[in-house]
Design a protein around this ligand. Structure first.
Ligand SMILES: NC(=O)c1ccc[n+]([C@@H]2O[C@H](COP(=O)([O-])OP(=O)(O)OC[C@H]3O[C@@H](n4cnc5c(N)ncnc54)[C@H](O)[C@@H]3O)[C@@H](O)[C@H]2O)c1
Length: 339
């Protein structure tokens, strides 16, 4: 018998990754699903052979659960995770922590107060390329980090924004910055192994969609270590290109493309991480395949220290987003500050 009974709240696009990870988990089993849309809830429940609900509070009351996976619109992450933790359950939320910084901080506080484990999905930290890059930097082998840059060129169009929560600042908290390129921003910040000390950024809507949120953003970061960061993100390309992150260090340059990384050292040594070659379970290839690794860690981390560190990192990325929006609002009054 697997020790954890877990439920997925929100049966939209990303729920597929969570359901599949739970179905293949050694540690946890899928016990129920929930979606406010009765047809989606029923379809997901019948496919997986588990009970389905349209109200997560009722599901938590009925199902003797140990944990929930929050796969909801951004503005509902904290509400659902806090409800679960206050009722004695662990909560694993999709990125970002929430549309609001205040709500994100509350999630972390409630986890600390209740002792219930909180996790936040940033699956790309678990890609082979990210793991290799971070190890090279933390071990000192790469030398001091000098600069980092990240480029995301993806395609999102009006049909994507038919799930209306994605189109508005009030429900998504932003566009390309918080929804798509948050992973890349997180990797730049995480691989810097330092703290962001200043942010200059712009965010605009250039493309043909009718969404309110920004579709393009660029910026310049400085870190306490003296390293600099650059980013350029758009969802106005005609397809999803592989994300690129380049980290220039004293002894090598590390280039991440998709899930893989190559490090080229000044003495000619080349290190390759290799790619994740497991069959994809994602609705979109650009989500990668590392959800299952992070989900297994969530349940098996013996003292929760790795999961807590992951949340601390997620909160730093949320704080960076808030600073980026604050900076962008100075150039573009259409961009609201993140509360
Ligand atoms: N990690 C990744 O790479 C990745 C990729 C895609 C999406 N996501 C994240 O996953 C989350 C969901 O995104 P998505 O693309 O699956 O969205 P989606 O719109 O496809 O799914 C959200 C689902 O939540 C349901 N819902 C809304 N309010 C609800 C409520 N009160 N109770 C129960 N269900 C409710 C909706 O009916 C919908 O089915 C977001 O946070 C998004 O950023 C992460």
């Amino acid at each position: 018998m697997k020790p954890f009974r877990s439920a997925v709240i929100g049966c939209g696009v990303i729920s597929k990754n969570h359901i599949s990870a739970l179905q293949n988990s050694e540690a946890a089993q899928l016990a129920a699903v929930c979606d406010i849309d009765p047809e989606r809830a029923a379809a997901a429940g019948e496919r997986a052979g588990v009970p389905f609900y349209t109200d997560y509070r009722r599901m938590i009351e009925k199902e003797q659960l140990d944990a929930v996976h929050v796969c909801l619109p951004h503005c509902l992450h904290a509400e659902a995770a806090v409800w679960a933790m206050e009722h004695g359950l662990w909560a694993l939320s999709e990125k970002p922590m929430d549309a609001s910084l205040t709500a994100a901080r509350r999630m972390a506080e409630v986890s600390e107060r209740t002792g219930m484990r909180l996790g936040v999905i940033f699956q790309n930290r678990y890609n082979p390329g990210s793991v290799m890059a971070r190890e090279l930097i933390l071990s000192g082998r790469a030398g001091k980090v000098i600069s980092l840059n990240g480029v995301v060129c993806w395609h999102r169009d009006d049909p994507y924004y038919r799930q209306a929560w994605r189109a508005a600042y009030a429900t998504a908290g932003g566009g390309v910055l918080i929804n798509q390129a948050i992973h890349t921003l997180d990797l730049i910040r995480w691989l810097s192994c330092s703290e962001v000390v200043s942010v200059r950024a712009t965010a605009s809507h250039h493309g043909p969609t009718h969404a309110e949120v920004e579709d393009t953003a660029e910026g310049f970061l400085t870190f306490a270590s003296g390293a600099t960061g650059l980013f350029w993100f758009t969802i106005n390309d005609s397809l999803d290109r592989e994300v690129e992150v380049t980290v220039r260090c004293e002894n090598c340059e590390i280039r991440l493309v998709g899930s893989a990384a190559t490090a080229v050292f000044s003495d000619g040594t080349v290190l390759e991480s290799g790619r994740d070659t497991r069959p994809s379970v994602s609705a979109k290839a650009c989500y990668g395949n590392s959800h299952s690794i992070q989900i297994e860690e969530f349940y098996t981390d013996p003292d929760g220290a790795r999961v807590r560190e992951g949340v601390a990192q997620a909160l730093k990325t949320q704080e960076l987003l808030a600073e980026i929006f604050r900076s962008a609002a100075r150039f573009n009054p259409a961009v609201p500050e993140m509360r």
